[in-house]
Design a protein around this ligand. Structure first.
Ligand SMILES: [Zn+2]
Length: 284
């Protein structure tokens, strides 16, 4: 079985302070985090950025083989198996065994992703954690999602967020925009710099993100068999009883209550998430 070494870069101020971990390309086709990290690492290397307090570690490419192949993963979704594997029997389990100790040994983890749907960027704030909530306020991302952990509670999946929480650490995952959107790199860069400024790792002041809304995700709609999703945009509203999708067997998937559509994925395979439904709990 193929095994790869995950490459990381650390910059330590030598002064007491928080330790921050920044992850890119947990999913191999989501490269905005990697591109942003490479730019910022170069700025630390040439002295444009200086660590003033604590330390920061960057992992630009968490899934090297999937990154090279420009696909989400090789064997299994790395963001579902982020735990220590005693007998790793797939490519991503070997990667998780290298990344988990990094998450466990840093105070805060920022995990940078991108999405298949067009639309704005958003951050996941899943566990009630003051540090993570405070960082969400200043990241620069205008939509914060809560409720994701509850939707996946029964699945036994382990994400970077779950892994940090289990290690007693804080973490935020950011979806920086659509995979191929060049602006997603800018969003990733801004999130990294704001996080490092929040901790005083680098110079600069953070300010509260203007017009920030919080959306609580409640329903995970899995594509149970072949069919077609209705044309729904990310963050568009749905009414209770509205048809969301038509299955080829004649069944309809119906919105169980009023809310907003989250991350619709027209090309989802059977067994994948088709979309999520949530409610705006704090308006912008
Ligand atoms: Zn991802």
């Amino acid at each position: 079985m193929q095994q790869d070494q995950v490459v990381s870069y650390s910059f330590d101020s030598g002064v007491v302070g928080a330790s921050v971990l920044i992850l890119g390309a947990i999913h191999g086709n989501e490269k905005c985090g990697s591109n942003a990290i490479e730019k910022i690492v170069a700025q630390f290397n040439d002295g444009t950025l200086k660590p003033l307090k604590g330390k920061v570690t960057f992992v630009p490419i968490c899934n090297p083989a999937a990154y090279k192949a420009h696909q989400r993963y090789m064997d299994v979704n790395l963001n579902r198996v982020m735990k220590l594997h005693d007998a790793p029997d797939n490519y991503e389990a070997h990667l998780a065994n290298q990344i988990v100790p990094l998450i466990a040994s840093h105070d805060f983890t920022l995990d940078l992703h991108s999405i298949h749907s067009k639309g704005a960027s958003f951050a996941f704030l899943d566990y009630p954690n003051k540090m993570a909530a405070d960082i969400c306020d200043v990241l620069g991302v205008k939509t914060i999602f809560t409720g994701w952990v509850e939707m996946y509670e029964d699945t036994g999946d382990m994400t970077t967020l779950d892994c940090a929480h289990k290690s007693g650490k804080a973490s935020v995952t950011v979806e920086c925009g659509q995979h191929e959107d060049p602006d997603s790199v800018k969003v990733a860069e801004e999130c990294i710099l704001n996080t490092l400024q929040y901790f005083g790792t680098i110079a600069g002041q953070v300010s509260k993100t203007a017009d920030c809304q919080t959306v609580h995700a409640k329903h995970r709609i899995v594509k149970s068999s072949e069919g077609a999703l209705r044309p729904l945009e990310h963050m568009s509203s749905v009414k209770s009883g509205e048809i969301i999708a038509d299955l080829d067997n004649g069944e309809k998937i119906i919105a169980p209550e009023d809310g907003v559509v989250l991350i619709p994925f027209k090309e989802a395979q059977v067994g994948d998430e088709w979309l999520y439904l949530g409610q705006i709990i704090k308006a912008a």
